[in-house]
Design a protein around this ligand. Structure first.
Ligand code: ATP
Ligand code: MG
Length: 383
């Protein structure tokens, strides 16, 4: 029997499609913002990409990065894009700057440098090699809310650190909304700049176009009917999904896997219905996978505590009890305090802290427990 899929990897989060339908306007705006940066050898351009979950911010920025690197090359220039996901890298300043230097200038990278030495090193290097950089700081809202706001100031003032060096350092900031501005003081806000590009939630007809394109890459012809696409688009356009394409792609992938397992050559609406009923995530698989290990363990403990008590909220003391058991069970080193992880999970929007005796998760706990048990099991094998 032929497979339903042509290439299922093309549905995974790390794949960047070569076209992004309905984001042409955002791409054009990016091009016009950075045109000067390509022409001049000094200065900086900061732009913020703002929009909800799964609206194509990360993909658009990476696509643009690829394009500007190519354009520069054709003009005999070096323009190096550096992508940093602050949610994955964490909030330690030195770690962040190291990651930046390693990506931007591996030639001069050395792990022993402190934060300010790294920045000086980077500027020296850029000035000497005439290399321009485009830094993409994804999830800046998360970083700022969890206490890393001086990074904004540092990164946007880099070209003033050594004013006589000619460098071109440009930044694209990506955030879900502008709430993080409230955490910045006027000086930081002003260096952040006022260039915004909005990524509105996709509407149903746009979702249909995008899914048609993505399906044509990932599925065998005829495996996904118009009816199925419309059904998925319909679910995706409405709350709680609100246009999140990542969710739509997950739904198609799992429906395809289910259809295949049941021996079908194409996806039926019934398959989508079943998967939709079972996987009503408000946290994406990608987001869970990317959590630091301690956060995964603590999240599992919260899910277990919630499952045991069959309530929407549990007190921190119960989470600690569950945590002790989880650590014992999986032979993990137990941390004395877990408040930091709990707070981080809240900053990431995965859990909800009403008070120290009222902590809850934003997804159905049964599924969360199963998912996390699997994840931890896999993790354990890696250790
Ligand atoms: N216009 C589009 N065309 C094709 N695929 C798209 C488009 N927009 C989004 N996608 C796909 O949807 C998924 C989510 O997009 P992306 O990661 O860029 O969203 P995001 O805005 O960064 O979301 P988040 O805020 O959750 O990080 C990706 O797999 C991406 O390839
Ligand atoms: Mg993103």
């Amino acid at each position: 029997m032929p497979s339903i899929f042509k290439d299922r990897n093309k549905l995974l989060p790390k794949y960047i499609p070569s076209k992004l339908p309905h984001r042409e306007e955002q791409m054009d705006t990016l091009r016009s913002f950075y045109e000067d940066a390509l022409r001049t050898s000094q200065g900086m351009m900061n732009v913020q990409l703002i929009g909800g979950v799964g609206t194509g911010k990360t993909s658009t920025s990476l696509s643009f990065a690829r394009e500007i690197e190519e354009t520069a090359k054709n003009r005999g220039l070096r323009f190096k894009p550096v992508y940093l996901n602050l949610k994955i890298l964490g909030t330690s300043k030195v770690m962040l700057y190291r990651a930046l230097l390693r990506e931007a200038a591996p030639e001069v990278y050395s792990s022993g440098l402190g934060a300010s030495e790294i920045l000086l090193q980077l500027i020296e290097h850029l000035s000497k090699t005439k290399k321009k950089i485009l830094m993409i700081l994804d999830e800046i809202g998360y970083l700022v809310k969890s206490g890393g706001k001086d990074v904004v100031y540092d990164f946007t003032r880099l070209n003033e650190v050594l004013p006589f060096k000619q460098v071109s350092i440009n930044v694209v900031f990506i955030a879900r909304d502008k709430q993080f501005h409230r955490y910045l003081d006027p000086a930081e806000l002003s260096t952040l700049g006022r260039n915004y590009i909005n990524f509105p939630n996709y509407r149903i007809n746009e979702i249909v176009d995008i899914l048609n394109y993505r399906v044509s890459e990932a599925f065998r012809q005829g495996a996904v009917s118009d009816e199925v696409i419309e059904y998925v688009a319909n679910i995706t356009s409405k709350p709680p999904v609100n246009g999140d394409i990542r969710y739509a792609l997950d739904l198609l992938l799992f429906s395809g896997v289910l259809a295949e397992r049941e021996g079908f050559e194409r996806i039926l609406p019934e398959h989508v219905r079943k998967v939709y009923g079972e996987t009503h995530w408000s946290i994406s698989t990608e987001e869970l996978m990317n959590l630091p290990k301690n956060e995964k363990v603590v999240l599992l403990s919260i899910a277990r505590a919630l499952k045991n008590r069959r309530t929407a909220y549990v007190p921190l003391s119960k989470i600690r009890e569950a945590y002790n058991i989880v650590c014992e069970e999986y032979h993990l080193k137990r941390k004395r305090e877990i408040e930091e992880e709990v707070q981080d999970l809240c900053d990431r929007g995965i859990i909800d802290i009403k008070s120290l005796i009222k902590i809850g998760v934003n997804v159905e706990t049964k599924k969360l427990v199963n998912f996390l048990e699997n994840l931890i099991n896999r993790l354990k094998k890696e250790i």
